[in-house]
Design a protein around this ligand. Structure first.
Ligand code: NAD
Length: 357
């Protein structure tokens, strides 16, 4: 089977980490008899330099025509780069918003995985995280408070700001479906998070996130409780399903409890199988070109692409197991380095993971 992958290395460490993910994908292809063909596209600062804008229509069309998109990261050093003299809609990060919108991606998945071998990086007490944890935050990406009408008015000399939080049942149903589909490929548990004791939008959310998947255990939790449970007992979660703003906050909290930014992958999905897969971190300009960046978040994002866009389950497992094995064998990039371990660079980390596929 041939899969057409649009590859967007981007800026900073982007090209280095994407190169390692391709190396691992190629090894998967060899081993399991698939062919991945790549089309390299420019987005972010490098696209500004080449075309004067962070994402051209041609690039967007090429991404749409692919089976899936693998992205590194975009952006430069905000204090120093000329890209940040441009108006906000012409800066590198504007490319990200435009591609997510152009590909009609409305579901964002951010896994929070604590590998047992990296438990030292987790800020929680060891007894809470023994054996590691592995859950995902599934966040609705295109509705809610961030996209509702807003205005600031003045009444009787007093300024008043109004933001509106809107969801319709179709928006809720389509993200819930992704939540359940992802749970079916994982631990078959969905915890839907809302504020149904206060908000109408949450009451609608709760009524729509119904139990159409008899094999999946569905629970509901209030967002304030969820924020506490994430640091009290993160092992209880499999899929946390929630609306845009709650997901924004909870996914950052969840990534903090893992403690290692270079390890965290992410995926954005829409109505079709085409998804956008990228590490959760940025372009780390401080590390660019030094063979120091941790490529694991990008490699794990490629594994998610195999699982969610291509339904290649055992191939995705092979990548995840190879990452675990490399950690078990004691290899670390500088960001996750620990006493008694062997420090390796970006390229060697990619080689070690590819060897273990
Ligand atoms: P960042 O995630 O790039 O870096 C934060 C810190 O984490 C830095 O110390 C960096 O060295 C480290 N780090 C990040 N990724 C790492 C990796 N793979 N291995 C080892 N260490 C890693 O965030 P920032 O410094 O706030 O932003 C830098 C640039 O990235 C900015 O231009 C920002 O706008 C952009 N950015 C892009 C995205 C994206 O493309 N999705 C996301 C966030 C930030």
């Amino acid at each position: 089977m041939n899969y057409k992958v649009a590859v967007i290395p981007g800026d900073g460490i982007g090209p280095e980490i994407v190169r390692e993910a391709r190396k691992v994908l190629d090894k998967v292809g060899q081993k399991y008899g698939h062919e991945f063909t790549y089309q390299e596209l420019l987005m972010g600062g490098c696209s500004i330099d080449a075309y004067g804008e962070p994402l051209t229509e041609e690039t967007l069309e090429a991404a749409k025509a692919s089976d899936s998109v693998l992205l590194g990261a975009v952006g430069g050093n905000v204090g120093q780069s000329n890209w940040y003299q441009l108006p906000p809609d012409k800066r590198p990060e504007a490319g990200l918003l435009k591609i997510r919108k152009g590909l009609e991606l409305y579901a964002n998945i951010r896994p929070a995985v604590l590998f047992d071998e990296l438990s030292g990086a987790c800020p929680l007490k060891p007894e809470l995280t023994e054996g590691g944890f592995d859950f995902v935050v599934m966040r609705e990406l295109t509705g809610g408070l961030y996209f509702g009408d807003r205005k600031t008015v003045e009444e009787n000399g007093v300024k008043k700001a109004i933001d509106t939080l809107t969801y319709d049942e179709n928006e809720i149903r389509r993200i819930a479906k992704w939540g359940f589909d992802v749970a079916m490929k994982r631990g078959k548990k969905v915890c839907s998070v809302d504020k149904a004791n206060v908000l109408d939008s949450s009451r609608l959310w709760r009524s729509v996130v119904a139990k159409d998947y008899p094999e999946v255990e569905l629970t509901h939790m209030l967002v304030d409780n969820c924020a506490m449970q994430l640091v009290r007992d993160p092992k209880q979660f499999d899929v946390i399903l929630t609306e845009n703003m709650f997901g924004d906050i909870l996914s950052d909290e969840a990534s903090m409890v893992t403690g290692s930014i270079g390890m965290l992958s992410s995926a954005s999905l829409g109505a079709t199988k085409l998804g956008l897969y990228e590490p959760s971190h940025g372009s780390a300009p401080d590390l660019a070109g030094q063979d120091k960046a941790n490529p694991i978040a990008t490699i794990l994002s490629a594994a998610m692409m195999l699982r969610y866009s291509f339904d290649l389950e055992k191939e995705a497992d092979a990548i995840e197991n190879a990452v675990k094995q490399v950690l078990k064998d004691g290899y670390r990039t500088i960001d996750i380095m620990d006493e008694g371990k062997t420090q390796v660079g970006t390229i060697q980390m990619g080689d070690l993971i590819a060897e273990r596929i």
